[in-house]
Design a protein. Structure first.
Length: 317
């Protein structure tokens, strides 16, 4: 038996301007920049990680900012929205704070929880979902100007859109160990490890939609948690045997990853919890310096010269 998959580890999206991205996620949403590194496969581009105080798995939104890339196209085969968990009773605070970014003035009720929809400056679809402390005890990042009682706790879940939901549903329940717990209209809800934070994945059919184009304002992939490398190897073997074209283990310095597409073409990642973000910076200094993996360190000067200026601590980095 493979060890169970946990809730979301992180969601990675494509942004436009890096400074605008930082100003929104660290400023408007009050998340902590926990790591400033580069896309290991495209080192002329930042990889920015935002989360709680330590960048704990399940709190992370990460971005590749490609300033001159075009906007993506919405459609099937994509993560349609990413939802964040906030404390119960805080939706009015967020409605006021996010007023310029709201995509709907109305609060939705979804599976018994209030939901507020908005988009970041690049058009990335986001949601805020109220959760009780008994359902989500995480505190989020308390070092911003947002009061603790309103702070984003972490990831709540994602909505994925595919042309034919049945093969995706079979992979979620029959292979990955998710449980289908209900439906509301066209939306079907699945959870992994019920009761754990970040466990929700909603599935929507988009049979007539064009294939999504993953560019600025799009989610690149969604990552779920694995406890350790042994579990990852076991899952890699299981996914390979299922014919899902899983990758080899990829070294990401702060975790290790494997990737595969589910039948609807949404890119999934299974990432280890360890070693975390304090391996090359102290906890109080997370996100303050440009960090590179060892194999790129010899190119630091040229890489730094390609990256745009990014003001994160009052100085140009």
């Amino acid at each position: 038996m493979s060890a169970p998959i946990g809730g979301l580890h992180h969601v990675t999206a494509i942004a436009g301007d890096a400074q605008r991205n930082f100003d929104f996620y660290a400023g408007q949403l009050g998340l902590r920049l926990v790591k400033k590194t580069v896309n290991f496969d495209d080192p002329g581009t930042y990889h920015l990680y935002y989360g709680d105080g330590m960048g704990n798995p399940g709190t992370l939104l990460t971005f590749f900012p490609w300033k001159n890339a075009p906007r993506g196209r919405k459609g099937s085969g994509e993560t349609e929205a990413t939802a964040l968990s906030v404390p119960a009773g805080s939706l009015e605070f967020w409605r006021n704070r996010l007023e310029p970014f709201l995509t709907s003035k109305e609060t939705k009720e979804r599976f018994g929880s209030p939901v507020l929809s908005f988009a970041d400056p690049d058009g990335l679809a986001l949601e805020i979902v109220e959760t009780s402390e008994s359902d989500d005890a995480r505190t989020g990042w308390t070092g911003s100007d947002i009061p603790r009682e309103f702070a984003v706790r972490g990831l709540y879940g994602v909505t994925i859109a595919v042309r034919d939901p049945e093969p995706t549903a079979r992979v979620l329940t029959g292979l990955l160990g998710f449980e289908e717990i209900g439906a509301e209209g066209e939306r079907r809800r699945f959870v992994t490890q019920p009761g754990a934070p970040g466990a929700v994945i909603d599935l929507i059919a988009r049979p007539d939609a064009p294939a999504a184009q993953t560019l600025v304002g799009s989610v690149h992939h969604i990552a779920y948690r694995l406890e350790n490398e042994a579990a990852q190897i076991a899952w890699r073997d299981k996914l390979h045997d299922a014919g899902l074209g899983v990758t080899d283990v990829r070294e990401r310095e702060y975790f290790r990853s494997i990737y595969f597409h589910e039948p609807g073409r949404v890119l999934f990642e299974l990432a280890t919890d360890a070693p975390g973000f304090a391996t090359d910076e102290t906890p109080d200094a997370l996100g303050t310096a440009l960090k590179l993996p060892p194999w790129l360190e010899t190119r630091r000067a040229s890489i730094a010269g390609m990256l745009p200026a990014l003001e994160t601590t009052g100085e140009r980095n």
